[in-house]
Structures are given as C-alpha cells and as structure tokens.
Design a protein around this ligand. Structure first.
Ligand SMILES: Nc1ncnc2c1ncn2[C@@H]1O[C@H](COP(=O)(O)OP(=O)(O)OP(=O)(O)O)[C@@H](O)[C@H]1O
Ligand SMILES: [Mg+2]
Length: 237
C-alpha cells in the first residue's frame, strides 16, 4: 500500500502543565476523509494544532507527503499544503467576507481562486461586503471553509465544523464538505456529531484520553455499534 499523505506516529504533545497526546498514530491517505471522534477534552484540537505547528510536539513524527513536519513553523507547514478550519471558526470579524478570503489566498496552478470559491459557496458571494461579525454561524463556518480552500491546501483539517450550528446550517456545511469529498479533497474531520462524521468520512478514529483507541472504516463502524457505545457513550449510530 502506498504511503499515507499524512502519517502521524507515536505523537506526544501537551502544554506546560499537562501531557495531552500520549502516543497518537493516525493516517490519512490521498483523497480520503478520516473522521476523528472523541469526547470533550480528549485532545482532538491539540492533535490538529500539533499537525499545523501551533503546538510543539515533545516527540513522535508527523510526516506529510513523505516529509517531516514536526518542528516546523505554522507558516512553513501551511506552505507545504495543509490548512486548518479552526474550531470556533476564527475569522476576522471586523473585515469583510471578501477581505477575509483574499488574506487567505495562496495561488496554485489549477487551484481555487476567489471566483471558484464564490461559485462553490454562493452565499459568500451574496455576503461578500458584509463584515465577519455580521454573518450567521453557518455563514462564518462557510467563510472559514472558503479561506481553507483559497489556501489551496492538499489536506484540510476541519476542527468541529458543525459545532454550535442550527440543524439547517449543519446540513448545509455537511453538503459543502460532501461536495469537496466528491472532488477528492483529503481531510481530517474532527466531529462530535456522529451522524455528520459517518456521512462524510471513509474511516473513523476514536480518541479517548490522548490516544486513538479504535479505528475502522465507516462500514465496519456502522456494523459494530458496541464500539460506538463503548468509546463514545452513544446509544445509537
Ligand atoms: N492552550 C492550552 N493550555 C493548557 N491546556 C490546554 C490548552 N488547550 C487545551 N488544553 C487542555 O488540553 C486538554 C485537551 O484539550 P483539547 O482542546 O485538545 O481537547 P478537544 O478534544 O479538542 O476538546 P473539545 O471537544 O472540547 O474541543 C484539555 O484538558 C484542555 O483543558
Ligand atoms: Mg477541540
């Protein structure tokens, strides 16, 4: 089997007072969407921040397209082709939609530009002169996704894109991500909404305290509801 696009091995990382990741192994292959599930506080954001260089790992490796990312700066990592759609969206609230998008743009031959992102996310075009803070939660999430697309990354890390959104907005965001998947976007999708995760992903990884304790394809996961119950504390899948 060919080497994964993203290959995280035995990753340990944390903060001054606490070790959070205690040896994480995780892989995303080209064109694959991998869901990362887990309860609050287990370390999902710490993992995506470590991949992006925002948290410095204490040991282990993060290889992307065969090259080591660990120890590099967030800017170097973004230039290698990774983008983050951060938890809580974190767009520039005082800037317009269009300014937010333009700031994120890294051009690449055959990649996205402002027009193609507007075509994909027409709501952003309608709202292009509005400031970030004037947008609904769902629109802010679309803007965060639009920014990641304009970064023209080869792999996008989505950190809980459905969190805090109304059901209708969750559906809209899920169909945007489903559309990107059709176009063979590679992604790591952190999700607490199991329904969304299973709809969008090819494979599932479940994290408990700082470790991946279960991994399966979505089909295997669906046919093994005990695993879902044991690891996630949910009754139905
Ligand atoms: N900047 C920080 N400094 C110190 N501790 C942190 C920091 N960020 C997170 N933590 C701690 O690290 C642990 C893992 O947090 P993390 O945000 O990675 O979890 P998570 O799985 O993303 O949770 P959630 O589902 O709530 O987003 C938690 O105990 C949290 O309190
Ligand atoms: Mg988090």
């Amino acid at each position: 089997m060919s080497e994964a696009l993203l290959d995280v091995r035995d990753l340990r990382a944390g903060y001054r007072r606490s070790v959070v990741l205690q040896g994480v192994d995780l892989a995303v292959r080209e064109g694959e969407v991998v869901a990362l599930l887990g309860r609050n506080g287990v370390g999902k954001t710490t993992l995506v921040h470590s991949i992006m260089g925002l948290v410095r790992p204490s040991s282990g490796s993060i290889r992307f397209d065969g090259q080591e990312l660990s120890g590099r700066t967030p800017d170097q990592i973004a230039r290698r082709g990774l983008a983050l759609v951060p938890q809580g969206r974190r767009i520039f609230s005082r800037l317009s939609v269009e300014e937010n998008l333009k700031l994120a743009h890294r051009s690449r031959n055959g990649g996205h530009d402002l027009d193609s992102v507007y075509e994909l996310l027409p709501r952003l075009h309608e709202r292009r002169r509005h400031r970030g803070r004037q947008l609904s939660g769902g629109e802010q999430q679309m803007l965060a996704i639009g920014r990641a697309l304009l970064a023209n990354a080869r792999l996008v890390l989505f950190d809980e894109p459905s969190e805090g959104l109304a059901p209708k907005a969750v559906d809209q965001i899920a169909s945007v991500i489903a559309g990107l998947r059709e176009q063979k976007l590679s992604a790591l999708l952190v999700e607490q909404n199991l329904h969304v995760a299973l709809k969008l992903a090819d494979a599932v990884n479940v994290m408990t305290k700082g470790e991946i304790v279960y991994r399966a394809t979505v089909d295997e996961f669906r046919s093994d509801p005990k695993a879902a119950r044991a690891f996630l504390g949910v009754g139905q899948v």
